[in-house]
Design a protein around this ligand. Structure first.
Ligand code: SAH
Length: 353
């Protein structure tokens, strides 16, 4: 049997494999299916850390497993924030050397993991730090799910919610993100409720349509960040390819087909999209589409934009309170450790920030 070095040429990591894929791997190694069922349970339900902990698997097979495949596709490099902090940021290294970040947030009974889906991002939104890294690569299913498992290990409380709002554009890594969400959701494994998993997109219309057609139960969030095509274009180049009117149509169709409310995220930036007229335009734009609106006061990334004053934020939100949709303000957690929305960025592989 071919032996893989622990750090190089590892073809398979068990974390990230589906039940079916584990059965295939186990068959390839000359073992029966029930071994895959056991391994699946150890990894995703019991969340153990190595093949050696799989007590009901014969020692010889455990050794074969560890010689032929990797376990965690990620290694934890650094945690920023105290054990007791409500928000902590995690830096992980991929087996290919790139770095990504994830965030763990505690609020009341809710413990949320904010996961990355790509190394860097190609969308180039002007207000987002991840954009400054450029796009490096899509994460694998294992690299996405492992963020959850490693965060869970470091968390005293059980993670109750997952948001795909870390680095990257989830809908440009669609198949893997859905597969990762399915693994998080599987009642035989991690067992996180579908409505506790949110996928946030910059507005990739064909993928919103696919998501609608496939009728996934995960929550859909769309980053609006402006109320007119021109305003969106000022900060989000992708709006050129996927114009606002078509995006709103896709959101409407999502609601009409699935009867689920989309969430619109709106990063509030001083003097850019925080005027009274902007709030009024937002109400008009949404019309009678049942949805939620999540206002995110801009987090500093050292660029040209600024967070509006408390008064301007209040003024904007107060106008929205007259609208038929629900409005929430997301005061990003962890801005003091650059773990707020849009603040995730790592300098890897010689990429200049
Ligand atoms: N690419 C996806 C998910 C990642 S960003 C998307 O665009 O939705 C998650 C959220 O953070 C998005 O709504 C995005 O608009 C917002 N965001 C980005 N930069 C920000 C910043 N500097 N301050 C506050 N929110 C920001």
């Amino acid at each position: 049997m071919f032996m893989f070095n622990a750090n190089t040429n590892v073809k398979v990591h068990w974390i990230g494999l589906t039940h079916t894929e584990m059965r295939e791997q186990v068959s390839n190694l000359g073992q029966q299916h029930f071994r895959a069922d056991q391994i699946y349970n150890w990894i995703y339900s019991k969340k153990i850390n190595s093949f050696q902990s799989m007590a009901n698997i014969p020692k010889s097979f455990r050794t074969t497993l560890s010689q032929t495949a990797g376990f965690h596709p990620l290694s934890l490099v650094k945690i920023t924030g105290q054990d007791s902090s409500l928000t902590r940021k995690f830096l992980f290294e991929l087996s290919t050397g790139e770095m990504i970040e994830s965030v763990l947030m505690q609020e009341g009974n809710r413990t949320t993991a904010c996961l990355s889906t790509q190394v860097g991002c190609a969308m180039d939104c002007d207000f987002c730090a991840t954009a400054k890294m450029g796009f490096q690569k899509n994460l694998s299913v294992g690299e996405i799910v492992d963020q959850f498992l490693l965060l869970q290990q470091e968390s005293v409380k059980k993670i109750t919610n997952v948001v795909f709002m870390g680095m990257g554009e989830p809908f440009l890594n669609y198949e893997r993100v859905i597969k990762a969400a399915d693994l998080l959701n599987d009642p035989d494994g991690i067992d996180l409720g579908a409505r506790r998993i949110t996928i946030s997109t910059v507005g990739i219309i064909p993928k919103i349509e696919q998501f609608t057609k496939e009728s996934h139960r995960y929550k859909l969030a769309i980053s609006l960040n402006g109320t007119t095509q021109d305003q969106r274009l000022q900060t989000m180049p992708i709006a050129k390819k996927y114009p606002l009117q078509m995006l709103m149509k896709a959101a409407k169709n999502y609601y009409e087909t699935t009867k689920r409310f989309p969430t619109f995220e709106y990063v509030l930036m001083k003097n850019l999209n925080d005027e009274i007229a902007d709030a009024e335009n937002l109400i008009k734009l949404i019309g009678n589409l049942p949805c939620k609106v999540n206002v995110i006061p801009y987090n500093e990334i050292g660029g040209t934009y600024e967070r509006p004053s408390q008064n301007r934020i209040k003024r904007f939100v107060n106008i929205l309170h007259n609208a038929p949709f629900t409005v929430t303000i997301r005061w990003s957690k962890g801005t003091e450790i650059d773990a707020g929305c849009g603040q995730l960025a790592v300098n890897t592989g010689g990429v200049q920030l």
